[in-house]
Design a protein. Structure first.
Length: 260
């Protein structure tokens, strides 16, 4: 019964958020054209750097996008937004950047000058199935083995804000570079609890989610942009447009993301 209540709370939180709402210069290989085909449809290969929390949704978006644009190949790369922006600034050959917060997108402002918001997310407390440590609130995180995202990562900055607002001081057992790593440790019972995004726990049976008081006031908004040094700018622009379209927004909503 407790699990059902918690999952219902996560769904309600997602609904409330919805309501609130340089790169390598080497030429692209000859097998990946960079313009458009004879019909004017975009073609080429694009590398999409996206926050780890977007993995499921962007895999689904890429599948539908390429079904509509068969001349485009999408290569997603998922990691913490701070890691991705560092790689972009060091010259990684990315075409699109989707960050889990506006701060990391701002760091890439020269490489991604025209970002658009496309989604939002909030945090929940993740515990192993059955909640063996009996975690019920943010205050409990100070007394159990807790893992958090590192402060430079969007989920880490949001965690700091949520805990600070609640007046809770947590000595984290580890600070991870992306939210997936936090959830992996919780699911493996290597930690009693962790703060992750509400979207990360949807559909999982190995973890449970507890909606913390005030979580709906700490909202991460996700921006996306085509990079200025994209090797396939037409295809990259088309991908960004698809994410912002009603079809892309419907997929994101299916994965629990709120409106931007």
């Amino acid at each position: 019964m407790a699990r059902a209540v918690r999952r219902s709370a996560v769904a309600l939180l997602a609904a409330s958020v919805l309501a609130l709402a340089g790169c390598a210069s080497a030429p692209a290989p000859s097998s990946a054209p960079t313009g458009a085909d004879a019909t004017g449809d975009p073609s080429g290969e694009i590398t999409v750097y996206a926050a780890a929390s977007l993995a499921g949704a962007f895999d689904a978006i890429a599948e539908q996008f390429t079904a509509e644009h068969p001349g485009v190949t999408v290569r997603p790369v998922y990691d913490g937004s701070s890691t991705l922006v560092t790689q972009i600034l060091e010259g990684a050959p990315a075409d699109v950047f989707a960050s889990a917060d506006e701060a990391n997108m701002q760091k890439a402002s020269d490489a991604a000058p025209d970002p658009a918001l496309f989604a939002s997310n909030t945090l929940v407390i993740a515990v192993p199935a059955g909640d063996p440590a009996g975690v019920e609130s943010l205050a409990d995180l100070a007394d159990v083995t807790t893992v958090l995202c590192a402060p430079e990562v969007p989920c880490g900055a949001a965690s700091d804000a949520l805990l600070s607002t609640a007046g809770v001081d947590v000595d984290a057992a580890s600070l991870e570079q992306n939210v997936t790593a936090v959830l992996t440790k919780v699911a493996a019972n290597e930690a009693d609890a962790g703060l992750v995004y509400a979207t990360d726990v949807i559909g999982r049976d190995d973890v449970e989610a507890i909606v913390a008081e005030g979580a709906d006031e700490v909202v991460n908004r996700y921006p996306i942009a085509t990079l200025t040094d994209s090797r396939s700018p037409a295809a990259a622009d088309a991908f960004v447009a698809f994410v912002l379209s009603s079809a892309g927004q419907a997929i994101l909503s299916d994965f629990g993301f709120g409106a931007p």
